[in-house]
Design a protein around this ligand. Structure first.
Ligand code: HEM
Length: 424
């Protein structure tokens, strides 16, 4: 999250900056209780450090679609050409539009559908190799999206031990209020990651394959910095989130004794998991000019945090929001006047034109507006295949640890481990 006004990190504590402290005991086990407490302060509030936090579903959606909010010029990128370039995740139009446009063709529903047999085969192979008792994150939830995104990009999957650490650091560095140590580590790790891709791209230039990297090296209008930043973004975004969709999903389903449903109707199950325990908990923007949100003036340069985890539990958008309810997105039980997933076609969905005020029941797990997740169709397909296959193979699975540990990240929420007994 950008600091207010783009200045140096504020010296005040997390509660001053964010309105809550993610290091508080119990926060990672249930951030949603804290979000509900924040909601008492209204759908938008200003923290002592001066940034705005949005907990309301409608306001989060409206801000994400509002062109008055963006990332702002990044002096490091543009003034020092030798410095690493940010990925398009942190860019505004027209650069964002140009770079996203170059890779978006690889993520259309038709292209993603072509990957289905491979995703199914990788899933089946991983499930067959699972021990009766073991950690489902390292044995299944993590390797599945890693292999899929590696194959798409043309990254050798056996390199995963080399990039796992860099990728974890990249995921961690999305958090607001990094320590000096983490900033230094993130810089180091980012350089190594880019060096790795520079070599790999050279290889693909000489020996092209039927993969995205080979296609990207042929695009002449990309600078090297843009090319490397795009590769890192796709690899990291392609698995550091989906691992959490799968693991958060298994945890919620087993806890509620609902796992068997995933085998029969994976689509509404995945949607409810995305709403109930979203892998991306928040995202930030800066007011690019003077603006207002829900009647509150937001001066140019002010940072704004959209708390997706809170928006997805907003009772104004989702009745009984803390209930894990597999019927919520079931097309066979449409709730009149609310978002109807039966009529919802992700392939034709235009997040830039979507109006949250008219369709209040849509979760914000993939964001909204021009930065709407490029990999949403792929992530949904992976989540549906993974949860359905696991539920079919081990419907009586049990948790070995009733309160499994979380990774310390705030933005990318996910389990460090999920020890289970399969009872196959
Ligand atoms: C952007 C969530 C999987 C690629 C985003 C954003 C969210 C998100 C919330 C918007 C961030 C913002 O507005 O600041 C998720 C979740 C996933 C997932 C919850 C899994 C369940 C994937 C996958 C890919 C991917 C599999 C594949 C490469 C991207 C990219 C962006 C993005 C490239 C940047 C889009 C842009 O800036 O225009 N994702 N994502 N994501 N996601 Fe995903």
């Amino acid at each position: 999250v950008d600091q207010p006004g783009g200045g140096p990190p504020s010296p005040s504590g997390p509660a001053d900056v964010l309105g809550f402290d993610p290091a508080d005991p119990g926060f990672l086990d249930d951030p949603y209780a804290r979000y509900h407490a924040l909601r008492e302060r209204g759908p938008i509030f200003r923290t002592p450090a001066g940034l705005f936090v949005l907990t309301g579903h409608e306001l989060c959606g409206a801000m994400l679609r509002d062109p008055r909010f963006g990332h702002g010029p990044n002096p490091v990128n543009r003034v020092n050409p030798g410095q690493p370039v940010e990925s398009f995740l942190r860019m505004d139009p027209p650069d964002h539009t140009r770079l996203r446009g170059l890779v978006s063709r690889a993520f259309t529903p038709r292209m993603v559908e072509r990957l289905r047999p491979r995703v199914e085969a990788v899933t089946a192979g991983l499930i067959a190799a699972l021990p009766e008792e073991g950690d489902l994150v390292s044995g299944f939830a993590y390797p599945l999206p890693v292999r899929v995104i590696c194959e798409m990009l043309g990254v050798p999957p056996e390199d995963h031990e080399r990039f796992q650490g860099w990728s974890e650091t990249a995921a961690r560095s999305l958090d607001p209020m990094l320590t000096e140590d983490l900033i230094a580590e993130s810089g180091r790790s980012g350089r190594e990651f880019r060096d790795y891709f520079r070599d790999l791209l050279e290889l693909r230039r000489r020996r092209p394959g039927d993969d995205l990297l080979s296609a990207l090296v042929r695009v002449e209008e990309l600078t090297e910095g843009e090319l490397l930043a795009t590769c890192v973004l796709l690899l990291v975004a392609g698995h550091e989130t989906t691992v959490n969709l799968i693991a958060n999903g298994v945890l919620a389903l087993v806890r509620h004794d609902l796992l068997r449903h995933a085998a029969e109707r994976p689509r509404p199950v995945v949607e409810e998991v995305l709403r109930y325990d979203p892998p991306v908990q928040l995202t930030g923007r800066v007011a690019l000019r003077d603006a207002e949100l829900g009647g509150t003036p937001v001066p140019a340069g002010t940072a704004v945090v959209a708390l997706i985890g809170a928006a997805n539990r907003d009772p104004a958008a989702f009745p009984d929001p803390d209930r894990f309810d597999l019927d919520r997105f079931d097309p066979h039980r449409p709730d009149p006047g609310r978002f109807d997933p039966g009529r919802f076609d992700p392939g034709r969905f235009d997040p830039g034109r979507f109006d949250v005020a008219r369709e209040p029941g849509r979760h914000l797990a993939f964001g909204l507006g021009i930065h709407f997740c490029l990999g949403a169709t792929l992530a949904r397909m992976e989540g549906e295949i993974a949860l359905a296959a696991l539920a079919a193979a081990a419907p009586r699975m049990e948790l070995l640890d009733p309160a499994p540990p979380y990774r310390p990240n705030l933005v990318l929420r996910g389990l460090a481990k999920l020890p289970v007994r399969l009872n196959r």
